[in-house]
Design a protein around this ligand. Sequence first.
Ligand SMILES: Cc1cc2nc3c(=O)[nH]c(=O)nc-3n(C[C@H](O)[C@H](O)[C@H](O)COP(=O)(O)OP(=O)(O)OC[C@H]3O[C@@H](n4cnc5c(N)ncnc54)[C@H](O)[C@@H]3O)c2cc1C
Length: 448
Amino acid sequence: MSSFIGRHAVVIGAGIGGLTAARALADHFERVLVLERDVLPAEPLDRHGVPQGRHVHALLAGGQRALEELFPGFEDGLARAGAVRFRVGLDVRVERPGFDPFPQRDFGFDAHAMSRPLVELTVRQRVRAWASIDLRQGCRVQALVHRADGAAVTGVRYTDAEGRAESVDADLVFDASGRGTPTLEALAALGRVPPAETTIGVDLAYASGVFAIPDDAPSDWKGVFCIPGAGRASRGALMLPLEGHRWIVTVGGRHGDIPPGDEAGFMEYAKGLRAPTIYNAIQHAKRIGEIARFRFPESVFRHYERLENFPRGVLPIGDAICRFNPVYGQGMSVAAQEARALGRLLAARARERDPLAGLAPQYFAEVARLVDTPWAASAIPDFVHPDTRGERPADLEQTLKFGVALGKLAARDPTVHRLTSEVQHLLKPRSVYQDPALVQRVLAVMAN
Ligand SMILES: Cc1cc2nc3c(=O)[nH]c(=O)nc-3n(C[C@H](O)[C@H](O)[C@H](O)COP(=O)(O)OP(=O)(O)OC[C@H]3O[C@@H](n4cnc5c(N)ncnc54)[C@H](O)[C@@H]3O)c2cc1C
């Protein structure tokens, strides 16, 4: 007897969400078809469908571990392809208000720095090696197909690389399109309620440049994270190494403080950062290629976990559920963690009579649990800025004060510093901060 849950799964989009979902589905469906509208490059190059890929993309340790679990050997593959391994806590100089720099400490675990196209290519190569996964490029999904009674999605309609209209049946469709439009449109077509959204208007503007690492580059760090302060000091920047002995520098401002796209303007903007380390490092470095720019108006969390009676046969993943403020580099890692959770959930349900019945509420509850920590980590500090739009949590002031005091404690105490790094890297949930002994210590700092 077959141990598969279904015959056919379809995934919309071959970004990190789509590729990792395809891998998780491949254990439980006879065939998995991934439909990607872009033509996918054989090299780690930028592509139209992922414009944010031209900006710095950190892969957090929590996301890296999820990818390693889905694709054993992934981390070594990434390093072989030229990604730069770095020690978390030690190799990236963190400059935050009041601590320029924050203490650098070795916590005994690694992450990698590389371009976003290289992460995607490394994952894509592993997906392509999977015999039951068919990755078709140049195929744009037009709409989901559903049953006449509206109870279930049964496939997709798409246009193939030759422009022909096609349709394909599926037991389960995964929407990894980034925008999540196919799912939202299907809900509307079925007369269903859309998910409630929490939005936080941050009005971020980014510019990124790539530089050859000069021979006299500093040796006491591999990257620099210049965390913005409030008010006039609200410019931030992240500089990380890339494959090919290069640095990528992304600078960003908020609410109308827009970094220019020309070289002189970019350098002048970098000179205006709160701390001079990044500007000093790149001022004589050779710039490679164009400066790329990006606007990010708002973070959006679609609360699918609050919906009742979600149709059978379709689920979203990654940015289609939650688009995080990119400052903390969480999106790819959360997508990979969601795919890993999906795989575990399907494995646990595989022996049920109808494993797909009731999958949605369990999956969405799991996703909401995974999103909680990274959402809070980026969303709560956003409200420090008076121009940020959105509903401020009732306990915001206390939460912000707690965060500042926790940071001071982490600077003094390596154990607390390690814990905050583990939470930041999505290895632990933020609920670890509720430990009574830790709370007492943080309150003592707040009282001083
Ligand atoms: C400026 C910026 C910087 C960022 N920095 C980081 C970072 O440092 N670290 C990090 O982890 N994350 C970062 N992110 C977030 C990260 O890019 C996203 O969270 C991540 O790409 C989400 O993956 P996804 O697969 O859900 O969507 P996407 O990566 O957007 O992929 C969607 C895919 O679906 C395809 N597609 C869309 N519609 C269709 C259709 N109708 N038919 C077929 N294919 C379709 C697209 O072509 C694309 O390939 C950043 C984001 C921005 C904007």
